[in-house]
Structures are given as structure tokens and as C-alpha cells.
Design a binder for this molecule. Structure first.
Ligand code: MF3
Ligand code: CO
Ligand code: CO
Length: 260
């Protein structure tokens, strides 16, 4: 397995596309209200990507995916397909996952929004998921190992009595959408390849309120929790720097420093 090391020119392009992806998630927030459909959210993001950002929505036609973003509501873990039949209601949680291509490079990021007023479980699950991502990010520095990321996430999630989806993971990213290595959200410190400056990858924990088990629906995309309990996800695209990490998809609502 070889993990690509990007030069400063490539990192600058990753920074640009990462910022576009971040701006898109900031843009969509005001539209996430009871009554809107996930199909409408997809159209808004698609138009914005093409017309305002002069970028390409990477999911569209990726391995046959039919839409420009993924919208995963309540018990949908990931890869939910936007639909004009799916109307959001107060108390729902929805992960919006956007991936853009600009100048050949990919920026991939997602967050879970609460629609209207959320219940106690929805609030706690989304908060724990976001904090688990931040813990994973803070493990990123040269000389650390990929296993250190999962080792930072897992005990925190399990202490909160939630479970971590095993079947899907973060990934190397650059000109390739899903590149090596796989970035697991559980595991042991000191395992896996060593992190080096210039590596870029996502961390994207999927955290379930109930059991970890998931299943794939017959549409071959939508992943749901087997027990139909709530699930949340949070994702950033990260670069390893000489001193630590840089979050390439940082938003104005993030509460972690861009670099360390
Ligand atoms: N953005 C997702 C990820 O985080 C991948 C979506 S692939 C799609 O890796 F085809 F479902 F869009
Ligand atoms: Co990703
Ligand atoms: Co994504």
C-alpha cells in the first residue's frame, strides 16, 4: 500500500476545494427546516456548486450514484439518496455530505443538522459524534499512526454508550475520491501506517445510538441501522502538516482550531 504525499501546490488546491465544500455546508444550513424535501436540498446544492462555485459535485454519477449530495435522515447511516418524497419534520436529524471537485482535487465534508427542535438523544448523539471527530483530528501529527485516530475516537464514543459503525471508514483523498488508506474509527494506538506531512485524508465517524450493526437497502446505496435507531455522522478533510494537522474543510461553526 502506498499513501500519496502531496506537494505544497497540491495541498493549496486541496485547501481551495476544501473551503468550497465548507462554504456549501454553511450555505445549506438555513434551508434545513421542517417541510423541505431532501430532493430540494440536493437541487440547491447542485445549482450552487455549478453556478456559484464553478465546481463539480463528485457524488453525481459516482459509481452510479444518482444525486449531487448524500442526505441521511434519522436511522440512515450514510449514502442516503435525496428524494422529492422525503419531507423533513421537526426533531429529525439529517447528515448532509458534500464532495466537490475543483481543479481535479476533491474536498469531502459532512455534518449532522437537527431539524427544528431536537430531542435530548438527538442533541447528545450529534454532539458526541462531532466531539469524536475532533478527538480523531487531534491525534493527527507526523510520526503518529493511522490507528491512533481510531484509538482516540473509540473509548470516547463507547464511554458515552454509543456504538461505532465498522463497515465504513475515512479514506485518502486528492485527485482520487476514495484513495488509500482506510481510516478506521476504532482501533489500537501504534497500529497502521505512519502519518507523514503531505498526506490528506478524511475522518468521518458514524455513531449509532443503538447497536453498531448496519444493513444496505435494496437500492444498493442507502445504509441504515439494523435496529432502526438514530445515527449521526461528521466528516472533515484533513492534511498532515510538519507540526500536526490542518482542517481543509473548516467551517465558521467549528469549535476546533484550523491547525495545530
Ligand atoms: N461523501 C461520501 C464519503 O464521505 C461518499 C459518497 S459516495 C456517493 O466518502 F456516491 F454516495 F456519493
Ligand atoms: Co468521505
Ligand atoms: Co463525505
Amino acid at each position: 500500500m502506498t499513501i500519496e504525499i502531496k506537494d505544497s501546490e497540491a495541498i493549496e488546491k486541496m485547501r481551495i476545494v476544501g473551503a468550497l465544500a465548507a462554504r456549501q455546508l454553511e450555505m445549506i444550513e438555513e434551508h434545513i427546516k421542517p417541510g423541505i424535501t431532501t430532493g430540494e436540498l440536493d437541487r440547491i446544492c447542485h445549482e450552487y456548486t455549478i453556478k456559484e462555485q464553478d465546481a463539480i459535485p463528485a457524488p453525481l454519477n459516482y459509481r452510479g450514484f444518482p444525486k449531487s449530495i448524500c442526505t441521511s435522515v434519522n436511522h440512515v447511516v450514510c449514502h442516503g439518496i435525496p428524494s422529492d418524497d422525503k419531507v423533513l419534520k421537526s426533531g429529525d436529524i439529517i447528515n448532509v455530505d458534500v464532495t466537490l471537485i475543483k481543479d481535479e482535487y476533491h474536498g469531502d465534508t459532512s455534518k449532522t443538522f437537527i431539524v427544528g427542535k431536537g430531542g435530548v438523544l438527538a442533541e447528545r448523539l450529534t454532539q458526541v459524534c462531532k466531539e469524536s471527530l475532533y478527538l480523531g483530528i487531534q491525534a493527527v501529527k507526523p510520526g503518529a499512526h493511522f490507528g491512533d485516530i481510531g484509538a482516540a475516537i473509540q473509548p470516547f464514543v463507547e464511554k458515552n454508550r454509543f456504538s461505532i459503525v465498522r463497515e465504513y471508514c475515512g479514506h485518502g483523498i486528492g485527485k482520487v475520491f476514495h484513495d488509500e488508506p482506510q481510516v478506521l474509527h476504532y482501533g489500537k494506538k501504534g497500529t497502521g501506517p505512519e502519518l507523514k506531512p503531505g498526506m490528506t485524508f478524511t475522518i468521518e465517524p458514524m455513531i449509532n445510538a443503538g447497536k453498531a450493526a448496519v444493513k444496505l437497502l435494496p437500492d444498493q446505496w442507502t445504509v441504515v441501522t439494523k435496529d432502526h435507531k438514530l445515527t449521526a455522522q461528521w466528516e472533515h478533510t484533513i492534511a498532515v502538516t510538519e507540526t500536526g494537522y490542518e482542517i481543509l474543510t473548516l467551517r465558521n461553526d467549528d469549535t476546533i482550531p484550523r491547525c495545530a
